[in-house]
Design a binder for this molecule. Structure first.
Ligand SMILES: Cc1cc2nc3c(=O)[nH]c(=O)nc-3n(C[C@H](O)[C@H](O)[C@H](O)COP(=O)(O)OP(=O)(O)OC[C@H]3O[C@@H](n4cnc5c(N)ncnc54)[C@H](O)[C@@H]3O)c2cc1C
Ligand code: FES
Length: 513
């Protein structure tokens, strides 16, 4: 993805007319050689970097809510006063002084990163188990929020935190170089004074003594502990499912192993028509691999986004040469291919399983935490044992919109929860109200999904998928639980903000247009 590279709009150091800076509508310009947005919100003026630090999305086209701006591409959120980021972006944006005089507004110098105020409370030390989205976001935000105690980030996946969503998309397709994949490295953590170790994972937790023992025997004491161990790809219990030609995809090593087999003309069978399965299919087609997708589902993705979108996504893949075998599961796998339950045989040089994940809760269970299809947490990510938090794919947390508990497997959610835990550990947390969001890319079409609907009794639609401008609201009773959009990025942000504000009527109005 590319972003704002050349400078556009006025030189904001020269100023613009006051009347041209309209409430809630960012003015794109530049200052001191950087793209900058000038924003009026709640009567206050802000100037900040215009380029999202995730994948360089254009913040001038985003949504301003209070003193934050939200990126139209994948909903990262930036504080306009401090520049601090909330997932999927990690790095802050720069902030600038704003001067209003003589009917004009101009941008002054770049502000120094404000020294964080001393946190309200401070655990003696923090141990974070899991160097993925939630763990990495928690560790670095603790420092950004002013925590000065010891932070140990315990990872067991090489090379450390990676841009996991990219592993099935541009990286697997050959469109993103490997240097884009690591999110952080040892030098970054040294500079942040975070004790980062990768390899020696956590083996057990003693919540009475407040210690974590690593697999090599080392013991770490904690004042506060975050468990962010993520999820494990499911395997199948059919003959041949553990063969050398059968792959799953969770880590950089998994993605590399698939790439090694994905030579032009090779034949792959993808088992599972999940988002990851279909993204793998798309990426393999980009490498000119022959791809068959096998699924017990009759329509791909229908359980998540309904049949209309499912059929649309299927057609996108068929146009690119993917062959679907739906409504029948695999019976066995051999070195030559896959046998289906309906008797069909598909030749394959390799097989990729995209049949879902299971939360890694064994460590939490052994430590005596309450686990029920996930580690049970409250709306501040506190587990059943004092001083222990859980976030990301393993956390079963209360959804304020429906009053039910949910476990969400999204990148942005894990990063936001890691950040929320950092605040909570420092006595500055608040009940979690961020709305789940994910995106999924299929060739030139990206689906944006806001909210969470496990079931619905009605789908309210607007626009058309054929014209790539489409909105679908998944309604249960009188509440729209989730909204899928194609080509409606600003609307997706508006829905997100309305859901977070608890304004259900506005959600309905936005969906029906
Ligand atoms: C290929 C792929 C593509 C995806 N694409 C998208 C997407 O487009 N959009 C989206 O929203 N979501 C996407 N997801 C889902 C998203 O990546 C996850 O929801 C997210 O990574 C969850 O974050 P987490 O921190 O809970 O777990 P993870 O990121 O999985 O991190 C957990 C880490 O903990 C480590 N760990 C486990 N046990 C231990 C232990 N005992 N000691 C030390 N470390 C341990 C694991 O090895 C892992 O490194 C994708 C996932 C995959 C696999
Ligand atoms: S580019 Fe801004 S959130 Fe991804």
């Amino acid at each position: 993805m590319s972003g704002t590279s050349e400078l556009k709009g006025p030189d904001l150091t020269q100023g613009v007319f006051e009347a041209d800076v309209v409430e809630g509508r960012p003015v794109l310009g530049h200052a001191l050689g950087e793209a900058v947005i000038l924003v009026r919100s709640g009567g206050k003026l802000f100037a900040a970097g215009a380029t999202c630090t995730h994948y360089s999305g254009p913040l001038a086209e985003g949504l301003v809510v209070g003193k934050t701006v939200h990126c139209p591409w994948h909903h990262a959120c930036f504080d306009l006063e401090t520049g601090l980021a909330a997932g999927p972006a990690l790095n802050p944006i720069p902030c600038f002084d704003v001067i209003a005089e003589g009917g004009r507004i101009r941008v002054g110098g770049k502000r120094d990163v404000a020294k964080p105020k001393v946190p309200q409370s401070s655990p003696k030390s923090v141990v974070i188990v899991g160097g993925g989205a939630a763990g990495a976001a928690c560790a670095e935000n603790l420092r950004r929020f002013g925590y000065e105690g010891r932070i140990s980030l315990i990872a067991n996946e090489q090379p450390g935190p990676v841009d996991r969503p990219n592993l099935s998309k541009d990286y697997l397709a050959g469109n993103a170089p490997e240097e884009w994949i690591p999110l952080r490295d040892a030098a970054f953590y040294r500079e942040m004074n975070i004790d980062f170790s990768v390899g020696d994972g956590a083996a057990s937790i003693d919540t009475a003594a407040r210690t974590v023992t690593l697999s090599g025997g080392k013991k770490l004491e904690y004042g506060a502990l975050l468990l962010a161990t993520g999820a494990e790809p499911r395997r199948l219990s059919i003959p041949g499912a553990d063969g050398a030609n059968v792959h799953v995809l969770r880590t950089l090593a998994d993605s590399r192993a698939i790439i090694a087999k994905a030579r032009e003309g090779a034949r792959a069978v993808v088992i599972g028509s999940s988002f990851i399965g279909l993204e793998v299919a798309a990426s393999l087609r980009a490498r000119k691999v022959e791809v068959d997708v096998v699924s017990v589902d009759k329509v791909p993705l229908a359980r998540v986004v309904g049949e209309t979108i499912g059929h649309f996504v299927q057609a996108l893949h068929e146009e690119k040469g993917v062959r679907f075998h739906l409504g029948s599961g695999p019976k066995s796998i051999s070195s030559r291919g896959v046998e289906l339950e309906n008797g069909k045989s598909l030749a394959a040089d390799f097989v990729v399983l995209g049949v879902g994940v299971a939360p890694r809760t064994a460590l939490a269970e052994a430590a005596g935490l309450r686990v029920d299809k996930g580690v049970v947490v409250d709306d501040r990510f506190r587990t059943s044992i004092d001083g222990v938090y859980a976030a990301g794919d393993i956390a079963l947390f209360p959804d304020f919109r429906t009053g039910t508990r949910m476990r969400i497997e999204h990148w942005q959610v894990a990063e936001r929860q890691g950040l929320a835990v950092a605040r909570e550990m420092l006595g500055e947390g608040e009940p979690y109200r961020d709305i789940p969001f994910f995106w999924s890319a299929h060739y030139d079409v990206t689906l944006n999904y806001v909210g969470h609907a496990e079931k619905w009794d009605r789908i309210v639609e607007r626009g058309s998928l054929a014209s790539r401008q489409y909105v679908a609201g998944f309604q249960l009773g009188d509440k729209i639980l989730a909204v899928v959009t194609v080509g409606e990025d600003l609307l997706s942000l508006e829905v997100d903000a309305a859901m977070k504000a608890g304004d259900e009527e506005k959600v309905k109005a936005l969906v029906s247009g």
